[in-house]
Design a protein around this ligand. Structure first.
Ligand SMILES: [Zn+2]
Length: 497
């Protein structure tokens, strides 16, 4: 058949993403989402060529000659639950844009761990509403984050779903391509996807969800190899879940998508789920954790034997403003220390007002909740003050626009700290490059990422010291007051693990 005489296929593209930390007191508002929103043709321009799920959708559509209906994209990282107002706004936007359009499929980029004050599983509600809008005949496929909290109901209205394989999420674009390839093959009648999802009953803190840690590394690698070597269409996603969301479907899940064989999907998802459940004790790595004092001592020990910087990782920080390790760094004056991307709009405004060259004393950080550590005094000279946005380099979400708002960089003599107006986690070397510095200028680098920084930093640092502090993302999940997470069949980590 001559393809040029066929009607061209047309798919809608939308993304609405949030990793809800339900323990945080503040909601993520409509204004927070609107600050990074893009829609229509801008959505395509912002994502084409980027290592993001939507970038992957676009790459496949471009390659396969599929027409796109770009709707809206926004995200807010990991933060408090979405306000109901923001949720209804973006869902309404998607539904009205789909209304009356002739489309064959919908490609969605969702996180899978979004909540609102009235919804435990906002992603399920998005999929259900989109399904109702487009009807049973239109295919809906979704790319999800590896930290999605899923059960069968979450993706009930999707024809197929796909998760990142890795954390750091270096395969976001590839995940978008897996999703869009399945869509294209389905619309061309080559395959008829069905799926099965199984939960092993296991929760891990994000710090232990890194896919370079065993036994997780082997489970993930084997799932990829299993799909690759399958003679029939097969895709397997292992999801670690997001344990800082107190929701009924919290924790790991395994999802298999096959061509029309639900039993095969169930068998393969069960196989990997069983491995996770039976080896669950090995998913704890408490030996990798340090307190503040012993962590700093360990960092000094590593630094003494290397010219490379040492990462001090304040992983429990959930709002990019924890001050426990910052306070210790200031008290001890360790050596030349970089503190990239501390979120504090008020301190940034005060630094902007003082201007470059001014000597300032600023109270910074620790504002986001009573567990963030409280503000600390930073005394130094302003060496940069101004707005800053850039396209990310490095292996994680390459090419994506990062907009920090106004940024103030202060040099105290022993420490260089950058204070941002918008929250953004430093995961690449951009936090140095953008301000005329390099990571190698420093003896210590204080970071707040959980796993994503590893792709850029592991090759260039002498060591990574994980310091467990009492903010809202602790390694010991038993310090959080779970009410809705199913404690009877999940397995929060305790000292007994
Ligand atoms: Zn994630």
């Amino acid at each position: 058949m001559n393809r040029s005489t066929e009607r061209r296929l047309r798919v809608a593209i939308a993304g609405f993403k949030l990793e809800s930390v339900t323990f945080l007191p503040n909601l993520t508002t409509l204004a927070d989402f609107q600050a990074v929103e893009c829609s229509g043709a801008d959505l395509i321009d912002a994502h084409r060529g980027t290592n993001t799920p939507v970038g992957g959708f676009i790459a496949v559509c471009d390659r396969e000659g599929i027409d796109m209906l770009p709707i809206v994209y926004t995200e807010a990282g990991a933060a408090g639950p979405s306000s109901d107002e923001a949720f209804e706004h973006y869902l309404g936007h998607m539904l009205s844009a789909l209304s009356g359009e002739k489309i064959d499929g919908v490609l969605l980029d969702l996180h899978g761990a979004m909540t609102t004050p009235t919804r435990f599983d906002a992603d399920a509600d998005i999929l259900a509403a989109v399904r109702q809008q487009v009807g049973a005949q239109t295919r809906i496929m979704v790319a999800l984050d590896y930290h999605a909290n899923l059960d069968e109901n979450t993706i009930r209205d999707a024809d197929a779903a796909f998760g990142y394989h890795f954390s750091p999420h270096t395969d976001q674009g590839e995940t978008g391509e897996r999703t869009a390839n399945c869509m294209v093959r389905t619309l061309r009648g080559e395959i008829n996807p069905v799926w099965a999802l199984i939960k092993p009953g296991l929760m891990v803190p994000s710090i232990f969800s890194a896919t370079n840690l065993e036994p997780l590394a082997s489970v993930v690698q084997n799932s990829i190899v299993r799909a690759r070597n399958s003679e029939r269409y097969l895709d397997v996603s292992v999801f670690a879940g997001f344990s800082y969301a107190d929701v009924p479907n919290c924790g790991f899940s395994v999802l298999a998508v096959t061509d029309g064989d639900r039993e095969m999907a169930k068998r393969i998802a069960s196989e990997f789920s069983d491995i996770i459940r039976t080896s669950r004790a090995a998913f704890s790595h408490r030996g990798l954790l340090y307190g503040i004092d012993d962590g700093i001592a360990e960092a000094c020990r590593i630094a003494a034997h290397s010219d490379r910087p040492v990462v001090l990782l304040e992983h429990a920080d959930r709002m990019v403003d924890s001050t426990y390790v910052l306070r210790a760094v200031i008290e001890r004056r360790l050596g030349r220390t970089a503190v990239p991307f501390l979120w504090d709009p008020e301190a940034a405004a005060a630094g902007m007002k003082a201007g470059v060259g001014a000597q300032v004393q600023l109270s910074v950080g620790g504002h986001s909740s009573e567990r963030a550590g409280g503000p600390v005094m930073v005394d130094g000279r302003v060496v940069f003050a101004g707005p800053k946005s850039f396209h990310a380099t490095g292996p994680y979400y390459t090419g994506r626009l990062v907009d920090l708002g106004d940024v103030v960089v202060i040099d105290t003599g022993f420490m260089v700290i950058s204070i941002t107006t918008r929250p953004s986690v430093a995961v690449s070397e951009d936090c140095f490059i953008q301000f005329g510095m390099q990571a190698s200028d420093f003896d210590y680098i204080l970071l707040r990422s959980k796993t994503h920084f590893r792709a850029a930093y592991e090759p260039i640092v002498a060591g990574i010291v994980i310091i467990d502090t009492p903010d809202w993302g602790p390694a010991d999940l038993t310090t959080l007051n779970f009410v809705h997470a199913p404690s009877d069949h999940t397995y929060p980590f305790t000292d007994a693990a």
